[in-house]
Write a protein that binds this ligand. Structure first.
Ligand code: MLT
Length: 263
């Protein structure tokens, strides 16, 4: 099922009488990156996933995005669907949104799942990389950027063994509106650092990291995990930055075991 909320395309599966989980995808992907998780979890949970402003089926508008606006969007989706204390689950950029949402309104959520993400804001080198990416998209169009960026997200196992799946993912993202993709780069470049607030996260939190994640590596994610009081950490084998796609079996196992402990 799909519904437009605040202009965003919001998708849901499962019975709305079950406990809700809201999934926030990474960059430059869309809600379909959670397909394997939602297929399994929607048997027992009300699963909501939406396309972040500017990506997938959600509108790019003028592309003048901020992380704050992304969190406003999340809040509107939660309120509009009357989700009662959902579990918030975000990957990478979705994790940046989740971490800022936890800083702003932790009491709205029952628990958190933070996949392949970090609390630190971009340093100078990171900001310059985003600027170079925007310049490249302006000069060459979206496809060369998405090709390189997305390939860098996946571990060699996936790149070698799932070539056609990877090609489809790259092709899909290459069709996105470049204004939206650049808007997301600007929102990530200008986001705040949420590290100081990690110790205030009191809800149960699962931290998931692909063992071969080169963007948010285990060393970075373990440091984050140690700062969250009520957290557990799971490392996913044979997986890079996109663990829910690269090793869905292990990710689903970790999420289900975490959720079972909540109830
Ligand atoms: C993502 O997967 O969302 C991106 O790698 C985040 C980023 O570029 O910082």
């Amino acid at each position: 099922m799909k519904k437009l909320i605040n202009g965003l395309s919001v998708f849901f599966e499962g019975s709305s009488s079950n406990k809700p989980i809201i999934f926030i995808h990474g960059f430059p992907y869309d809600h379909t990156m959670w397909k394997t998780q939602i297929d399994e979890l929607s048997r027992n949970y009300f699963c909501v996933a939406y396309d972040i402003r500017g990506l997938g089926e959600s509108p790019a508008g003028d592309g003048q995005f901020t992380m704050e606006q992304f969190v406003d969007d999340l809040e509107i989706v939660v309120n509009e669907l009357k989700l009662d204390k959902p579990v918030i689950c975000g990957l990478s950029m979705g994790g940046y949104i989740a971490l800022r949402a936890l800083e702003r309104m932790q009491d709205k959520f029952a628990a958190a799942i933070l996949c392949d993400t970090r609390s630190e804001a971009d340093n100078n080198e990171g900001k310059l990389k985003r600027a170079a990416a925007i310049k490249r998209i302006n000069l060459e169009g979206l496809t060369p950027f998405t090709y390189d960026f997305i390939r860098n997200c996946f571990a060699d196992e996936f790149k070698n063994n799932k070539q056609s799946e990877l090609k489809k993912i790259i092709e899909k993202s290459s069709e996105f509106n470049s204004i939206g993709v650049k808007g997301c780069l600007l929102a990530m470049l200008s986001r705040t650092d949420t590290t100081q607030s990690l110790s205030n996260i009191k809800i149960p939190t699962l931290v998931i990291c692909g063992e071969k994640d080169s963007l948010t590596p285990p060393s970075v994610m373990k440091e984050m995990f140690h700062k969250i009081p009520n957290a557990e950490y799971v490392e996913i084998k044979n997986s890079g930055h996109m663990s829910p796609i690269e090793n869905p079996e292990e990710v689903n196992k970790a999420i289900i075991s975490f959720l079972n402990k909540l109830s």
